[in-house]
Design a protein around this ligand. Structure first.
Ligand code: ADP
Ligand code: MG
Length: 429
């Protein structure tokens, strides 16, 4: 497959050549024909898979076929950085065309506002905007969207996480009803479909497949501060039903430190990370497979490819940085129709990341209450307030204080396995 197969405008193909794009990525291959057919679309694919070109190329193509007056396309993006990035990509693709674009976002000084305002007045085919700033332009009638044909939401999951739902709905109430809606996202949490159902009657949906965890894995999670994790782990390892265990930590240093602490507490453990050469790794895996070693502590290099039958327990001592790694890590257990348990420790800073994982696997992982003697862990709410982690809930407060804490209530709710609330509205651009 080649970009020429989409029969895109020759000027766009020229731009693609200049940018060194040869073959479309899988998401581009699927999304571009649907968009060219004027259908609504929700598209989900991981970061770095080329989503920007997937929505911009067909929209530019249509725009070049018939140029209308005023703004033709609105792209909503969660942050100023992303808005600028999309604008730059559009400039690249449209270099050999007469299409124009402008990015409007907050955060600058008064001058930026005036400059954006002036640019808007002189007109642009494509406006890329953060929701907050767009609303202020709409409010002061500085932007006319009455001829809009395409509404694109990029990183829709992130916009919802950041609390832009109401802003998005407000913007939508002020643009033409007859338009094409394109919703792009790295993950597909349930609130994305809810948004989609609210703003469009029907739509196509494409999702670039990612590996899903096997059915046989029992997934559980604990909300625990770093200071609570060792004791929590110690308790879990006492269960002698777990005969073959892998514990993941995200860095080599963490693996080394954790192994040392486990050894000091009397556990028989071995470490697995990139300092070991190939031969050492193989010997260690032989011992682990032969059940001479009960516990392996390792980084994510342990998570890819190794095939050991009969691992009963995988512990994620921390939440993996990349959601796909979660699937790889827990996939070490429950191979080939056996069953296994995967337990993840989520500290106060990893909550957002774990929610991303739940989005990816399209499943809420049950949160187990900490054993009483460990006290209370963090609440399962994501907040981007910078000040939040500074001491709050670190065990320094009395029980009454905790009880009166609004967020603890949410935690109780989510640990009784109900849906937790979506992200809070607290960041603005
Ligand atoms: P996403 O939005 O999915 O995270 P981007 O649209 O930002 O991904 O694209 C990631 C990178 O891949 C960008 O640098 C982009 O220029 C490049 N890219 C996208 N599609 C192609 C392609 N078909 N061929 C070559 N490079 C591409
Ligand atoms: Mg993107």
């Amino acid at each position: 497959m080649n970009f020429r197969d989409f029969k895109l405008d020759p000027q766009l193909l020229e731009g693609l050549d200049a940018m060194g794009f040869e073959k479309p990525t899988p998401i581009q291959e699927k999304a571009i024909p649907i968009i060219l057919e004027n259908k609504n679309l929700i598209a989900c694919a991981q970061t770095g898979t080329g989503k920007t070109a997937a929505f911009i190329l067909p929209v530019l193509h249509k725009l070049l076929q018939h140029k209308n007056k005023g703004v033709n396309t609105l792209v909503l993006a969660p942050t100023r950085e992303l808005a600028m990035q999309i604008d730059q990509q559009i400039e690249g693709f449209s270099y050999f065309t007469n299409a124009t674009s402008i990015a409007v976002y907050g955060g600058g000084d008064g001058q930026t506002f005036v400059a954006q305002q002036r640019a808007l007045r002189s007109g642009a085919d494509i406006v890329i905007a953060t929701p907050g700033r767009l609303i202020s332009f709409l409010g002061s009638k500085k932007i006319d969207l009455s001829n809009l044909e395409h509404l694109i939401m990029d990183e829709a999951d992130r916009m919802l996480d950041m609390g832009f739902y109401d802003d998005i709905m407000k913007i939508i109430s002020q643009i033409p009803k007859k338009r094409q809606n394109l919703l792009f996202s790295a993950t597909m949490p349930p609130n994305i479909r809810k948004l989609a159902k609210n703003i469009m009657e029907d739509y196509e949906e494409i999702s670039i497949a990612i590996s899903k965890p096997a059915e046989g894995i029992v997934q559980q999670a604990y909300l625990a501060y770093d200071t609570q994790k060792d004791q929590l782990l110690g308790g879990i390892l006492k269960n002698k039903d777990f005969k073959s265990i892998i514990i993941f930590a995200s860095t080599k240093e963490k693996v080394k430190n954790l192994s040392r602490r486990l050894k000091n507490s009397g556990e028989e453990v071995r470490q697995f990370h990139s300092d070991l050469d190939q031969k050492e790794r193989e010997q260690l895996m032989q011992k682990f497979k032969g059940k001479q070693v009960r516990i392996l502590v390792g980084t994510d290099i342990l998570s890819r490819g190794i095939d050991v039958e009969g691992i009963d327990l995988v512990v994620n001592y921390d939440v993996p940085p990349d959601p796909e790694d979660y699937v790889h890590r827990i996939g070490r257990t429950a191979r080939a129709e056996s069953t296994g348990t995967a337990i993840t420790f989520i500290n106060d800073k990893d909550i957002k990341r774990f929610k991303e994982i739940e989005g990816l696997i399209e499943k809420e992982v049950p949160k187990i209450s900490l054993p009483d003697h460990l006290g209370e862990g963090p609440a399962y709410v994501f907040s981007s307030h910078k000040g939040r982690s500074s001491g709050q809930g670190r065990g320094g407060r009395s029980k009454n204080e905790r009880k009166s804490n609004h967020q603890s209530k949410h935690r109780n709710r989510s640990s009784s396995n109900q849906k937790s609330r979506p992200g809070r509205k607290d960041r603005r651009s």
